[in-house]
Design a protein around this ligand. Structure first.
Ligand SMILES: NC(=O)c1ccc[n+]([C@@H]2O[C@H](COP(=O)([O-])OP(=O)(O)OC[C@H]3O[C@@H](n4cnc5c(N)ncnc54)[C@H](OP(=O)(O)O)[C@@H]3O)[C@@H](O)[C@H]2O)c1
Length: 325
């Protein structure tokens, strides 16, 4: 089958580690299912896998590995499904994201950038493909579930309260804007260009500001996917007793923190990782119920994965990049 995979890690030149070509068909173990992939999106996780970062660090035996940690396709019986990317210890009970043995697809197990992929039978969530396209459904298992958990599980936000999304046009940011608007929040988005701020407005942001600009009023919660480049602004922009939720570092990993403001003003800082299987089911219901259209910024065929990954790495995309398979 055709697949996009990391041949061997290359920290300095991740795209040199990428191969797009023939790869052995997966063999389906007992208790697992096979999915004929229709679409999968690109995530920073794919670039980290190519670099050999995260759970690949110091483990050359994990290569070659098929990339991709989200996606949508059909089971062998034709059921349309969205893939839940976390595979953990089968004896683990409760929140899958807290399982110390958890692995995201494309870490230990082959991922979704392939004509076929396999996962444990519990790792698929059916969806109505007459209400949600496959490229849109593909976004729900990584960027959108992360945004869902940031907003509904971690932020403490209630309908009518205000939120600032750092980064107007990112994959997780665009999901936060669409979800926040549908959930009745007052949505602010900070973006680096007029084009990105215009996209945020189109997707539902009530107000946009230039990245780093002072807000007229502090917000109830800040949702930060950027990290270093926006961290100080996030701390300055949240109200006393408010919450900052962080999920990423597309703008750098080491942020300067105004520590007295954290304790004097009792700011909550919470980290988050993907979401639970139940949260993915709830997200699918939320998206269908509110007739949301998860924003797909650009579509590429699987064989053009290299070009698509370069676009992600260069920060040139608006919204998510989806590969059609
Ligand atoms: N914790 C989890 O489970 C989880 C899940 C998914 C993603 N993530 C992480 O979240 C981060 C974002 O992922 P993504 O898929 O949304 O990436 P993305 O689509 O590439 O978006 C990058 C975002 O970062 C912003 N940005 C980058 N550099 C910036 C700078 N110097 N100043 C201000 N804004 C900057 C961009 O803002 P503009 O729109 O203004 O360009 C954009 O919103 C990544 O680190 C990723 O690994 C974590």
């Amino acid at each position: 089958m055709l697949a996009a995979y990391a041949d061997a890690p290359n920290y300095d030149d991740p795209l040199a580690a990428l191969k797009v070509g023939d790869h052995p068909d997966p063999v389906v173990p007992e208790g697992w299912v096979r999915i004929k992939m229709a679409a999968a999106s690109l995530n920073w996780h794919d670039l980290w896998a190519l670099r050999g970062m995260g759970s690949h660090w110091g483990r050359p035996e994990r290569f070659p590995i098929v990339l991709g940690c989200d996606g949508a396709g059909r089971l062998d019986d034709g059921t349309p499904v969205i893939i839940y990317p976390i595979i953990g210890n089968p004896n683990w009970k409760g929140d899958e994201t807290l399982d110390p043995d958890r692995e995201v697809l494309s870490e230990r197990y082959d991922g979704t950038l392939a004509e076929y992929t396999i996962v444990p039978a519990r790792n698929v969530v059916p969806f109505p493909d007459d209400k949600l396209s496959y490229p849109a459904a593909a976004l729900l298992g990584a960027a959108w579930i992360t945004a869902y958990r940031m907003l509904f599980i971690k932020s403490d936000l209630k309908p009518g309260q205000s939120m600032l999304v750092q980064g107007a046009a990112g994959g997780v940011s665009t999901a936060l804007i669409e979800l926040g608007r549908a959930a009745g929040m007052e949505v602010w988005a900070a973006g680096r260009s007029e084009e990105k701020r215009a996209l945020a407005k189109r997707l539902g942001a009530h107000h946009t500001i230039e990245s780093g600009a002072k807000l007229p009023v502090q917000v109830d919660a800040v949702l930060d996917t950027v990290g270093e480049a926006t961290w100080e602004h996030s701390i300055a922009s949240v109200r006393t007793g408010g919450t900052i939720v962080t999920c990423g570092m597309s703008g750098g990993a080491v942020g300067k923190t105004d520590i007295p403001r954290i304790w004097i003003e009792q700011i909550n800082i919470r980290g988050t990782f993907n979401g639970t299987l139940q949260e993915l089911r709830d997200l699918v219901s939320f998206v269908v119920l509110h007739k949301l259209n998860p924003y797909v910024g650009s579509l590429f065929p699987l064989k053009r994965t290299e070009e698509a990954l370069r676009k992600l790495a260069d920060g040139k995309q608006l919204g998510k990049i989806v590969l059609e398979i």
